[in-house]
Structure formats: C-alpha cells, structure tokens
Design a protein around this ligand. Structure first.
Ligand code: BJW
Length: 286
C-alpha cells in the first residue's frame, strides 16, 4: 500500500476505470457473481436489445427495480474519495461503466468523469434519437410503476410500455447501452483526446470491475501503452495473470469502500494539505 501511495503522489496523470464493484458497498448488486441474478434471470441476458424486443415489460421491471434501488442507495467512501482526488488532481480522469448516479451524487466533477454505459435515469426511443430526462422521465417511470402495481399477473405487460412521444413508433426504453450497441461516440472521442493529449499516463486505477466488457476494458491496455502502472481493486482474489498484471502493478484485494479512501489518502492530504473529507459525515447528510 505505501509503495502505491508514494507512486500516486508522484503521478500527475491518473486514469480510473470504475465498475459495478465500486457501488457494491452502497448495496447495489454487481452483474457477475453473487449479485448477477435477478428473479432467476441472468442480469447480463437482460442487458440486450434482443431481451427488450422479446419481453419489453420484463426488461423494464428489471430497470425499474434497479432505478429504485439506486435512488435509495448512498454514495460510499470510495465515490467520495475519487471525487476528492478529481478536485485535487486536474489531470485525473475517470471512466465509469456504472449507470447508478452515485459518482455524480458524491460530487465528482463532471468534466473529470465519463459514463460509457448511459444512465438509469434517462429514457430513450428504440427507433428515433428522442431522449427524455428529469421530470418527464419521472412521469413515465411513475406510470410504469403504477401499471406494474395494478397488473393482475404481477408482471408488466408489453402493452404498458409507452411509445415515443416524438416519432409515435418506437417503444421507450431505458437510456443505457446494452450488449451489441454502440457507446456514445462523443464520449469515446473525448476520452481518446484525453489519452493522446500527453505522452504518458502515470497510474491506471481499475476499481470493482471484472474487466470482461469491451470497449471499456481496452482502456486498461491503452493506459499501459502510455506506460501506466496499474492498480487493481477487487473483492475477489483473482489470479493476477488473468488480468495481465505485470511486476510493477498492484492488486489490492478487498472492499472498494475500504481500500480506495486508504489508497488515495496520501495524495489527497499532500496536495491539499488538509484531511480527507469526513466521508461518514457526508454520507449521513446525503
Ligand atoms: C468488488 C466488490 C467490492 C464486487 N469491492 N470489488 C472485443 C472483444 C470481445 C467482445 C467484444 C469486443 N468488443 C465488443 C465486444 C462485445 C461486447 C463485450 O464486451 N462482450 C464481452 C462480454 C465479451 N461489448 C459490447 O457489446 C459493447 N458494444 C460494442 O462494443 O459495440 C460495438 C458497436 C460499434 C458500432 C455500432 C454497433 C456496435 C457494449 C457493452 C455494453 C455493456 N452494457 C452493460 C449494461 C449497461 C446497462 C446496465 O447497467 O444495465 O454494462 S452489461 C454490464 O457489464 C454493464 C456493466 O457496466 C458492464 C461491466 O460490468 P462490471 O462493472 O465489470 O461488473 P461485473 O459484475 O462484471 O464485475 C464486478 C466486479 O466487482 C467483480 O470482479 C467483483 O469481484 C467486484 N466486486 N464487490 C471491490 N465491494
């Protein structure tokens, strides 16, 4: 740990890849492993356009439940510590695969985080580019929740899924990126520009991800090409060889909520010359 902490204080350019394990300490289930089953359905199988075509009601139920859980959840100490790191290190950039809104609620500066897989709180059309946010999205969610509560079968029927108010053709769906779908091109372009803006990246943090999903996982290799040393945080004891870890890298096994604040403590203290924010107090307030 101390070797890593010293390296981080000497790292002007830091990149982080954030996965579902970052939000696990906030009580949100991951995709793979123990949390990956939802009412006997494989969460990965539901995250596809095919699943939505076949049973839009079921897929909406999956997202309604996750949306409600994400709203109830609170950002944890790792979200806060990463947000604090971003405020202290101008060249820290995070790439999140999470759609739960917890990094945003922890105050992570928006210019220093990109969301690859969309957002649980937006809704979009399956056919046209129309996207719905905020109160308009809340109203649709409320209608879907009411339809589910009044369903005689306890399932949301396809007929309850609304069509797009703009094109009147496509069904409305969650504003997330499923398997086989393109990631937001502007986000990919700005990440590419950030990576190429300097000859090197000093540290690559890989937090709470199985690193199985592309193109997100390819950012680890991109950082390595820029000579980054990689630090993995994962609750599982993986064979480091599977992750392509090299001798100069670190593997921290444990809960991201405990490990990440500890890992970032030294750099935050040294750069800001202040104590790391009291995450427990902030969590209580939120
Ligand atoms: C803890 C912890 C604690 C637990 N503390 N740790 C190249 C090679 C091979 C395949 C492909 C390739 N390029 C593309 C593909 C295909 C595909 C893909 O990657 N397939 C793989 C499965 C092989 N990729 C795509 O389809 C992507 N699209 C694409 O490439 O499009 C190309 C295209 C171009 C132009 C036109 C059209 C197409 C899209 C991928 C979208 C993924 N979407 C999902 C759903 C998002 C919405 C939602 O959330 O519902 O994203 S799937 C799901 O997986 C979700 C996650 O963001 C993503 C990653 O999961 P993550 O975060 O790693 O979670 P887990 O559960 O896997 O791991 C959690 C980890 O945390 C575990 O390791 C735990 O041990 C650990 N953990 N508790 C620390 N407390």
């Amino acid at each position: 740990m101390s070797d890593f902490q010293i390296h981080l204080t000497e790292s002007p350019r830091i990149l982080a890849l954030l996965g579902a394990g970052l939000s696990a300490p906030s009580g949100l289930p991951t995709f793979r492993g123990a949390g990956g089953l939802w009412w006997m359905h494989d969460a990965k199988q539901l995250s596809t356009p095919q699943a939505f075509d076949e049973n839009p009601g079921l897929v909406w139920e999956f997202y309604l439940e996750r949306r409600a859980a994400a709203k109830e959840a609170r950002p944890n100490a790792a979200h806060f510590a990463l947000a604090e790191l971003a405020r202290r290190v101008p060249e820290f950039n995070a790439i999140s695969m999470n759609i739960d809104g917890l990094s945003e609620r922890a105050g992570h500066p928006p210019a220093q985080i990109s969301f690859l897989h969309g957002n649980l709180f937006s809704i979009r059309c399956t056919t046209c580019p129309h996207t719905i946010h905020d109160e308009a999205a809340e109203a649709i969610i409320a209608a879907l929740t009411t339809a589910l509560a009044h369903s005689s079968t306890s399932n949301l029927s396809a007929a309850s899924v609304p069509t797009c108010p703009a094109c009147h053709t496509g069904l409305l769906r969650p504003g997330v990126v499923w398997f086989g779908e393109a990631l937001p091109s502007a986000t990919l372009a700005s990440l590419y520009a950030w990576i190429e803006a300097a000859p090197s990246i000093d540290t690559m943090l890989v937090i709470g991800t199985s690193a199985e999903v592309y193109p997100a996982t390819a950012y680890i290799e991109a950082a390595r090409k820029k000579l980054a040393r990689v630090a993995v945080v994962n609750i599982e004891q993986e064979d480091p060889g599977l992750l392509g870890l090299e001798e100069q890298d670190w593997y921290f096994q444990g809960d991201a909520g405990d490990l990440v604040p500890e890992m970032l403590k030294k750099v935050v203290e040294e750069l800001g010359n202040v104590e790391l924010i009291d995450v427990k107090k902030i969590t209580e307030v939120i």
